[in-house]
Write a protein that binds this ligand. Structure first.
Ligand code: ADP
Length: 153
């Protein structure tokens, strides 16, 4: 089992599709173990997007990410990082496959509905950035034996 970070971006909240997008992850069988609303400030954005700070679109991305609060969430599952990336789809919503979150809910590269951690290492770092240990809950869904075979978890 591993944990991964999903951020529901400001446009997702403004467009009123947060519930539907969360529902995609729930239905997949990944389980929600932490969630809260956060308003990105400059410092947090510089840290979170340090890997793209030299890109021309960076100032615009910062503006879009701080225009209203975001919802940050932690999801747990076997291979959760890779699975959530697959459910989210390609960065560019226009080329993301139908059936993925970005493929079904967006038309933008920048306003692409969700952020998801891209590796186990970055998931660990990113989750610590947004959550205290006690804000990530250790519990079992009572249907998990219908989601996984016994030898998968
Ligand atoms: P991902 O979020 O799919 O892991 P990246 O880490 O490469 O993608 O980029 C971080 C975020 O920067 C993207 O989610 C998107 O909001 C924005 N972004 C990436 N590439 C572009 C681009 N070419 N033009 C505008 N915004 C972009």
């Amino acid at each position: 089992m591993e944990n991964t970070l999903v951020i529901f971006k400001p446009a997702t909240i403004q467009r009123g599709i947060l519930g539907e997008v969360i529902s995609r992850l729930e239905k997949k069988g990944i389980w929600l173990v932490g969630i809260k609303m956060v308003w990105f400030n400059d410092e947090l954005l510089d840290l979170h997007y340090a890997h793209i700070k030299d890109k021309a679109f960076f100032p615009q991305l910062k503006e879009a990410m701080s225009i209203s609060p975001v919802v940050v969430s932690c999801w747990k599952g076997v291979d959760a990082v890779e699975t959530v990336r697959a459910v989210a789809g390609a960065t560019n919503c226009r080329s993301a496959l139908p059936g993925t979150i970005r493929g079904d809910f967006g038309m933008s590269i920048q306003r692409n509905i969700v952020h998801t951690s891209d590796s186990k290492e970055s998931a660990e770092i990113e989750l610590k950035r947004f959550f205290k240990d006690e804000e990530i809950f250790d519990y079992k869904l009572n249907n998990h034996e219908y989601i996984y075979a016994f030898d998968e978890i």
